[in-house]
Write a protein that binds this ligand. Structure first.
Ligand SMILES: NC(=O)c1ccc[n+]([C@@H]2O[C@H](COP(=O)([O-])OP(=O)(O)OC[C@H]3O[C@@H](n4cnc5c(N)ncnc54)[C@H](O)[C@@H]3O)[C@@H](O)[C@H]2O)c1
Length: 434
C-alpha cells in the first residue's frame, strides 16, 4: 500500500513508521520545514522510546520518507491519513479543526485516482462529513471515500500500542474503503487485534467516549484519595481493592496531581461542548473537567501546607515536569500550573526532568533547571515529585537528606512508602494516605 501521512507529530510519526515497518510505502508530510529537515537528517524531533531505531530502519529500507510537499505523495497514495493537531480552540474549548480542514482542502486539490482519506486526528462527531464536503467542494470529480480511524496509542508506549492495539476502530460505510483499510491493518489482524468496523460518526464518538471515561476514572480515584486522607484510609490499598474487581480493572486508578497531556484535557472539554451543542449535556464529564482543573491548585496548596503554609523565599526542588514519564510532551502538564502558583507565593523553583526541560524552558518562567535529581535538591527547603520517571523511583534518600536544607518530601505520585520515609527522618506528604 502507498500511504501519505499528513502531520508528522507524535501520532503521525509513530503511525507512519509503524505502517512502513509492516511493509507499506509511507511518505510523512509536515508543513513544518524544520521538522522535516531534522527528520531527513535522521534526527527525531520528539522523545518516544524506540522511535529513532524504527524510523532509521525503515528509512534505510526505503519504505519511509519525509517531505513538506503534500501534493505529490497524496496524488500517488491509495490511502491518505490526516494526523494533524486538534487543540482546544482559544476561548470556548471546542476542538480547533482549522488544521484538519486546511489539510482536507489541500488533499482534495491533489487527489488523482480512487483514494481513501482517513482521519486519525481526534475530531468531534460529524467532522468526517465536513471533510468530505470540503474535498468535494475543491474537487467535485474526486473519487474519494472519507473514513475515520481514531488512534488510541499512548505517548511513552506508542510503538507497542500501535503494533499491539486492544482494538482498531474503522468508521466507514464504503466497501472500497473497508478493503483498503483492511489491507493496511492486515499485518495486525495476524496478531489477532480486533478490527471493528462502524459507521463514521460512531467511530468519531468512540474516541472521545474512551478518553472521557479514562479521564473520569482518574478523577474518581483522585476524589477518593482526598477522602482517604481525611478518614485515615490508604488510597493505594483502596485502588487495589477495587481494581482487582474485573468489572473495574486496576489501570487508571493511580491517585495523583490530576490528568494532563495533549489529549485528556482538550478531549474532555471538546466532548462537553459537542454534548451541549447536541442538547445532551454530559454532567459527569462536566464535573470531571471542573474537578480536574481545580486539582492542580489543590496540589500547589498541598505543597505550600507541607512547608508550614509559607513558601516565601524558600527553594523548592521539583522532580519531573512532563505530564507523565517517558515523553517530552509538556502540553497541559500539571507542573505548568503547580510551578507558577508556588512562584506566585514567593518560592524559588529549581527543576529537573529527564526529557522535558527543553520544552519546559519555553513554558515556565524563572525556573532554575538542574542537571540531575541530586543537583536539583542541593540546598532546597523541600523536594516535590510531580512525575514518576523511573530514575526517581529509587533515589538515594541519605544523599537527598544531606543535600536538603530541611528533610521535606512531597510525593504527588505515591512513589514511596510513608512509613519508610518517616523512618528515614523525612516529613513526607503524599496523595490519599494519612
Ligand atoms: N499525542 C497523542 O498521544 C495522541 C494519541 C491519540 C490521538 N491523538 C490525536 O492525534 C492528533 C495529532 O496529535 P499529535 O500529538 O501527533 O499532534 P502534534 O501537534 O504533535 O503534530 C501535528 C503535526 O501536524 C502538522 N500539521 C498541521 N497542519 C498541517 C498540514 N496542513 N499539513 C501538514 N502538516 C500539518 C504540524 O506541523 C505538526 O507537526 C490530534 O488530533 C490528537 O488529539 C494524539
Amino acid at each position: 500500500m502507498r500511504i501519505a501521512m499528513i502531520g508528522t507529530g507524535y501520532v503521525g510519526l509513530v503511525s507512519g513508521a509503524c505502517f512502513a515497518d509492516f511493509g507499506h510505502q509511507v511518505t510523512c508530510v509536515d508543513q513544518d520545514a524544520d521538522k522535516v529537515a531534522a527528520l531527513r537528517r535522521g534526527e527525531i524531533p520528539i522523545f518516544e522510546p524506540g522511535l529513532d531505531a524504527l524510523v532509521a530502519a525503515n528509512v534505510k529500507a526505503a519504505r519511509l520518507s519525509f517531505t513538506t510537499d503534500l501534493a505529490g505523495p497524496v496524488a500517488d497514495a491509495e490511502a491518505v491519513f490526516i494526523a494533524v493537531g486538534t487543540p482546544s480552540r482559544r476561548g470556548d474549548g471546542h476542538a480547533d479543526l482549522s488544521y484538519v480542514y486546511a489539510a482536507a482542502r489541500e488533499i482534495g486539490v491533489a487527489l488523482k485516482d480512487f483514494t481513501v482519506v482517513i482521519t486519525k486526528s481526534t475530531v468531534p462527531v460529524g467532522t468526517g462529513d465536513e471533510i468530505e464536503r470540503v474535498i468535494r467542494e475543491v474537487n467535485p470529480s474526486a473519487d474519494v471515500a472519507v473514513a475515520s480511524n481514531p488512534e488510541f496509542l499512548r505517548e511513552g508506549a506508542a510503538i507497542r500500542d500501535f503494533k499491539f492495539p486492544d482494538r482498531i476502530v474503522i468508521g466507514t460505510s464504503d466497501d472500497r474503503a473497508r478493503k483498503v483499510l483492511g489491507d493496511i491493518y492486515r499485518p495486525l489482524s495476524l496478531n489477532q487485534a480486533p478490527l471493528m468496523f462502524t459507521a463514521r460518526r460512531t467511530a468519531e464518538l468512540i474516541k472521545y467516549a474512551a478518553n472521557a471515561f479514562l479521564a473520569t476514572k482518574i478523577t474518581f480515584i483522585n476524589e477518593i484519595a482526598d477522602l482517604s486522607e481525611k478518614v485515615g484510609a490508604d488510597i493505594q490499598e483502596v485502588a487495589r481493592g477495587i481494581g482487582l474487581d474485573n468489572r473495574i480493572g486496576t489501570k487508571f486508578l493511580h491517585a495523583g496531581p490530576g490528568y494532563g497531556g495533549s489529549c485528556f484535557p482538550k478531549d474532555t472539554l471538546a466532548l462537553m461542548k459537542t454534548a451541549r451543542d447536541a442538547n445532551a449535556p454530559i454532567e459527569l464529564i462536566e464535573t470531571t473537567v471542573r474537578v480536574n482543573s481545580a486539582r492542580k491548585q489543590k496540589m500547589a496548596q498541598k505543597i505550600i501546607a507541607a512547608l508550614d503554609g509559607n513558601v516565601k523565599g524558600k527553594t523548592i526542588a521539583v522532580l519531573g515536569l512532563t505530564f507523565k514519564p517517558n515523553t517530552d510532551d509538556m502540553r497541559d502538564a500539571p507542573a505548568l500550573e503547580i510551578v507558577p502558583t508556588l512562584q506566585a507565593e514567593g518560592a524559588r523553583v529549581r527543576a529537573f526532568d529527564p526529557e522535558g526541560m527543553s520544552e519546559a524552558k519555553h513554558m515556565l518562567k524563572d525556573v532554575n533547571f538542574a542537571s540531575g535529581p541530586y543537583d536539583c535538591v542541593q540546598g532546597a527547603d523541600a523536594v516535590v515529585i510531580i512525575t514518576e520517571w523511573d530514575q526517581f523511583r529509587a533515589l538515594d534518600f541519605d544523599r537527598i537528606k544531606d543535600a536538603l536544607k530541611a528533610p521535606v518530601v512531597i510525593d504527588l505520585r505515591n512513589v514511596y512508602r510513608p512509613e519508610e520515609m518517616r523512618a528515614k527522618g523525612f516529613t513526607y506528604v503524599s496523595v490519599g494516605r494519612a
